[in-house]
Design a protein around this ligand. Sequence first.
Ligand code: CP
Length: 309
Amino acid sequence: QRHLLGIEQLAPDEITTLLDLSQHYAELNRGPDKHGDALAGMTQVNMFFENSTRTLASFEIAGLRLGADVMNMPMQASSIKKGETLIDTALTLNAMHPDLLVVRHPHSGAVNLLAEKVNCAVLNAGDGRHEHPTQGLLDALTIRRKKGRLHRLTVAICGDIAHSRVARSNIWLLGKMESRLRLVGPPTLIPSGAADWGVEVYHDMAEGLRGADVVMMLRLQKERMDGGFIPSEREYYHRYGLDAEKLSHAAPDAIVMHPGPMNRGVEIDGTIADDINRSVIQEQVEMGVAVRMAAMDLLAQNLRAARAA
Ligand code: CP
């Protein structure tokens, strides 16, 4: 692949290759020398048109650890504010010969459009409610490390599915790897066509979590609710917030995941999020660096091969 735009385009063997290399980098990152040279001589530009803590920091660390020259484009201070379009901005940066462009954008499909206009490899760091492929990969790596496999696991993805790019990338990825998927949430936050995605749909947490191996909680993404129905946080927590009682319906060794940013007391109880026997939230963050190192390493190899041909 030339770009990493979504999980939808990846075959199961490509996902396994990415996860295997990510596992290598996860081990490297826990050692005394974290540096490699897979991106030596390359320029990585991070363009984030939406806020980020985890994704931006981990892409920057990943690039630096692999020897790239890394620039975080300050989009709030860019000429986008003077009316320049996304495409003109991308073409302007493209003229400076970057090798890797990491892009987050509030509009679904914007990163795919941009990838058609530039010569370098483009990595989607989250576009609207469409995809967040490196999040899907880091979630899969975390599950594989904890459970030893991805197939024949029951994974409950809970909460605001309708506005979640994380949910979509996970549904694509875990479905391709033969996990059993359940979506759990209020009818207003689960797309009406979800039953066609090869998943089971539940509106009750006790039923949806019954026997689940993995419980993945999602934030209410109010920034994408476009003036539509926004549930009261108190009512939402009562019915869908993960607490000890609701978690008791999952398998006794179920792991709890959350992509972050997390709203404690809304979609998850703080004591569950901090319970190191159940929560793998910090390991998800850790795996984010490893996955982004692997993704950029593989795209850089493809780029070098294409340039040499
Ligand atoms: N999970 C995730 O994308 O977090 P950030 O928005 O902080 O990057």
